[in-house]
Design a protein around this ligand. Structure first.
Ligand code: ADP
Length: 309
C-alpha cells in the first residue's frame, strides 16, 4: 500500500471575481465546504487510481471532525487511518478568482499533534508500504520518524514540502522523491543560495536548484510549474521536461496534490519516470478543469481520457 502521513482538514473555498484585498469584504459567487487537506487529497487521489492506500491522519473532536469518517468511506479508504485528539480539527480557507488563481490559509489543528509516538504505533504498516508520502501539513518530528522507519526498512519516500518550511537535514537525507511547485522551488533557492528563475524560466535554469537538492539526499527532484508543466531530474540523469495538458483552467486548487498522487501511483506500479510524469501531469490537468478537489480527482477512466487527449 501507499502510506500517507497527515493531513485531514475541513476545506472552505469561496469563488470570487478577484482575490480580496486587505481590509476588504467581497461577495462570493459560490461557497464549498469539502473534506480536504493535502494528505487526504493524496490518499483519495491514489485510491481513485486503483492503489491500495493506508496512512495516518489527525482529527479533532469538534463539529468539523465529523466530516472525516464519511469522506474516507466515500473514498474507500480505511477509517483506521484516523487518529482522534481532543481539540480542533484542521481547517483551511481559500479563495479562487475568475481566472482560476487561488490563495489559501490552512490551520493544521489536530494534524500538528501527530508525533513520533503515533507514527511508531503505525511502524509496521510503514515498513510494509510500497511508498511513504508526506507533506508539511504534518509536523517535522512526525515526518522525520515516518521517513526514518521507511528508510530503515528500505521503503521509498516522497516529500512535498508544502506549506513550505525548510526541511531539517535528516528529513531531506531520508527523502527519495522531492516534489516542489514554483513557490517551493523559489523558497528552496533562497534558503540554499541557489538562483531560481522567476516565472517561465528555461528548464536548464532549474539545473542548479535540482543539483543542490539532489546533493542533500533525494534521488529524484520534481518541479511543477502550473500551466507550464513539470520538470524532473533523477540523480545521475538528465532533466526531463513534461508539458502541461491543454485544458480550460477553472480552479487550480489541488493540482499539485493530484499530480503527486498520480506520480506516486505510477512509480509504485513500476512505470518509467517519463511515463509517470506524463500521467501525473494528466492528473493535475483533470483537477484544474473542475471546481473543488475531492470530486475532481481522476479515476483511471478520467486519467485515460485525458491521456488520450
Ligand atoms: P500546485 O497546485 O502545488 O501549485 P502546480 O500549479 O504546479 O502545483 O500544478 C501541478 C501540475 O498540475 C502541473 O505540473 C501541471 O502538470 C498541472 N497543471 C496545473 N495547472 C495547470 C493548467 N492550468 N493547465 C494544465 N495543467 C495544469
Amino acid at each position: 500500500a501507499l502510506f500517507v502521513l497527515g493531513s485531514f482538514v475541513a476545506a472552505c473555498s469561496a469563488t470570487v471575481d478577484r482575490l480580496p484585498r486587505a481590509g476588504e469584504s467581497l461577495q462570493a459567487q459560490a461557497f464549498l465546504l469539502e473534506p480536504g487537506g493535502k494528505g487526504l487529497n493524496l490518499a483519495v487521489g491514489a485510491r481513485r487510481l486503483g492503489a491500495a492506500v493506508d496512512g495516518l491522519f489527525g482529527i479533532g473532536d469538534d463539529a468539523l471532525s465529523s466530516l472525516a469518517e464519511p469522506a474516507l468511506r466515500r473514498a474507500d479508504l480505511p477509517v483506521a487511518m484516523l487518529h482522534r485528539f481532543p481539540g480542533p480539527t484542521g481547517a483551511g480557507i481559500g479563495f479562487t478568482d475568475a481566472a482560476g488563481e487561488n490563495c489559501l490559509a490552512v490551520y493544521p489543528g489536530a494534524n500538528a499533534r501527530l508525533g513520533p509516538p503515533e507514527v511508531r504505533a503505525a511502524g509496521g504498516r510503514i515498513a510494509a508500504a510500497a511508498l511513504v508520502l508526506a507533506q508539511f501539513e504534518a509536523g517535522d518530528e512526525a515526518v522525520a520518524e515516518a521517513f526514518r522507519i521507511a528508510h530503515g526498512a528500505g521503503v521509498r519516500t516522497l516529500l512535498n514540502p508544502s506549506p513550505f518550511r525548510m526541511p531539517p537535514p535528516e528529513i531531506l537525507a531520508t527523502t527519495g522523491i522531492l516534489v516542489v511547485n514554483a513557490v517551493e522551488a523559489a523558497a528552496f533557492g533562497a534558503a540554499l543560495g541557489v538562483p531560481v528563475p522567476e516565472g517561465r524560466g528555461e528548464p536548464a535554469a532549474f539545473d542548479a536548484l535540482a543539483g543542490a537538492l539532489l546533493a542533500r539526499g533525494p534521488d529524484l527532484v520534481v518541479i511543477t510549474r502550473g500551466a507550464d508543466g513539470a520538470l524532473a531530474r533523477p540523480a545521475g540523469g538528465p532533466m526531463l521536461v513534461q508539458p502541461a495538458f491543454q485544458v480550460a483552467a477553472r480552479d487550480s486548487l489541488g493540482a499539485g496534490d493530484a499530480f503527486t498522487a498520480g506520480l506516486a501511483v505510477s512509480l509504485a506500479e513500476g512505470r518509467p519516470l517519463a511515463e509517470s510524469l506524463r500521467r501525473a501531469a494528466a492528473c493535475g490537468a483533470c483537477v484544474v478543469r473542475r471546481e473543488g478537489v475531492f470530486d475532481a480527482l481522476p479515476d483511471r477512466a478520467a486519467l485515460a481520457s485525458m491521456l488520450a487527449g
